[in-house]
Design a protein around this ligand. Structure first.
Ligand code: UD1
Length: 419
């Protein structure tokens, strides 16, 4: 298994470009099933999760090719196999995103039930109950969800709890339903707006995305389109923290700072000088003292759970006590044990991590357990004295494009070790 070797202690400086957002790209690829025409996607990140989503729609019969400008062309007009197999779903829970588009376009979908995963049980009951309200007939058998309908019909749906992929599934399904759907208590994440923009560019009639009430007027069919995937706010936030914990001075280009309100606000509270400039964000931590910040994760526009592990590392390097409360996933503290092996002082009390800042940490051999946990271990490795080896980095490759190359460009000493 490949590993990352990090020699810590370098202050990061320089500029890098942000990649396309994984969580914007995955629903957009799934939504391509709704059209029978060609779809061109620009700025897709080269990530394992994107490959898995391509494998999934490819296994159903989608035609996927790359043009001379490295844009992906998708055509799903010949889907012959309306089944998402367990072997693929188990490696990526976001596979559930094909459910909404398959049932809307083909009136049938068979998808392996995503099981438990490292960061909690992550059920899909909100997705299924909402699809039933649109007229889908759903049964669970042999570990699979089977959904059938003659035709989905628009409905008023209030989600039981806020769910990002659930909201996305319903927007996709309602786009080809007969009549109007009013979705309330929906997720407001920027990636919801991205999906709505993509679908509207195909002829869908969706309004309200980005607020907690979305109205979808069903249409007969959706056309092809060309769409550019927006930048990844979580990737950008992770590099900004890398700059902060190493007392660096860095700039992230090709990012929309408007999407990063809670992250920027808390970096400022931590003592960083952060300047947003149209499409870039600069962070300067040289000659500033790191102050820990109390964090509570929440749905957008709150502090993202996907940045919790990374911000915990920042708090470890500040002076004094701080608390990080996780409210979205019940088991998202798996990085803490590994961080403590490097010399941090964190204890867990229920859903809160209580952190006491330390003067320094030391390199160690550590194991990644999930995507964002691996990012936190790399951040710790950048600060630690001596060498850190991060094992099981396939987790990081699911969500960070060429991380060692980008960090090297900022002056980090980081190497990918072969198997
Ligand atoms: C998405 C993101 C993930 C992010 C998460 C929260 C993608 C591909 N993934 O995941 O990176 O960490 O949002 O911002 O966009 N829940 C239920 N029943 C359901 C659905 C969800 O109980 O049917 C619960 C979950 O267990 C969790 C909470 O609702 O506690 C929020 O989960 P959700 O927003 O659905 O996360 P994902 O869409 O899986």
């Amino acid at each position: 298994m490949e590993k990352l070797l990090i020699k810590g202690g370098k202050s990061l400086s320089g500029e890098i470009d942000c990649s396309g957002a994984k969580n914007a790209a995955l629903p957009v690829i799934a939504a391509s099933i709704l059209s029978s025409d060609d779809i061109t996607l620009k700025n897709l990140p080269y990530l394992q999760d994107i490959t898995t989503m391509f494998e999934l729609i490819g296994s159903m019969g989608a035609d996927i090719s790359l043009d001379e400008r490295m844009n992906f062309k998708l055509n799903t007009s010949n889907l012959s196999n309306l089944e998402a197999r367990y072997e693929l779903v188990k490696t990526m829970r976001a596979s559930i995103l094909v459910l909404g588009s398959m049932i809307a376009k083909y009136g049938y979908a068979k998808i392996a039930l995503p099981g438990g995963c490292a960061i909690g049980s992550r059920p899909v009951d909100y997705h299924l109950k909402a699809l039933e309200k649109l007229g889908a007939n759903i049964s669970l058998k042999n570990g699979y969800i089977e959904a059938k309908t003659d035709k989905l019909v628009g409905a008023n749906i209030e989600f039981e709890g806020v769910t990002v992929t659930g909201t996305e599934n319903l927007i996709m399904a309602a786009s080809l339903a007969k009549g109007v759907s009013i979705l309330t208590n929906v997720a407001k994440e920027p990636e919801i707006l991205d999906l709505a923009n993509f679908l509207n560019s195909m002829g869908a009639k969706i309004s309200g995305a980005g607020t907690d009430k979305i109205i979808v007027e069903g249409v007969e069919e959706l056309s092809g389109t060309t769409y550019e995937i927006p930048a990844d706010r979580i990737e950008a936030g992770t590099y900004l923290i890398a700059g902060a914990v190493t007392n660096g001075n860095i700039t992230i280009n090709k990012i929309d700072p408007e999407r990063m309100g809670a992250i920027i606000e808390n970096l400022k509270k931590a003592g960083a000088e952060v300047i947003s400039n149209g499409k870039s964000i600069s962070l300067n931590m040289t000659n500033h003292i790191l102050k820990p910040v109390n964090i509570i994760t929440a749905p957008f526009p709150g502090f993202p759970t996907d940045m919790q592990a990374q911000f915990t590392v920042l708090n470890c390097m500040g002076q004094g006590e701080s608390r990080v409360k996780e409210t979205i996933f019940e088991n998202r503290f798996m990085h803490i044990q590994e961080l403590n092996r490097m010399g941090t002082n964190i204890r867990i009390d229920g859903t809160t991590a209580i952190i006491n800042g330390v003067d320094s940490i030391s390199g160690a051999q550590v194991m990644a357990t999930d995507l964002r946990a691996s990012a936190s271990l790399i951040l710790a490795g950048l600060v630690a004295k001596g060498e850190t080896i991060v094992d099981r980095i396939y987790h990081i490759d699911r969500g960070y494009e060429r991380i060692e190359e980008k960090l090297s460009n900022l002056g980090a000493e980081i190497l990918r070790l072969p198997n």
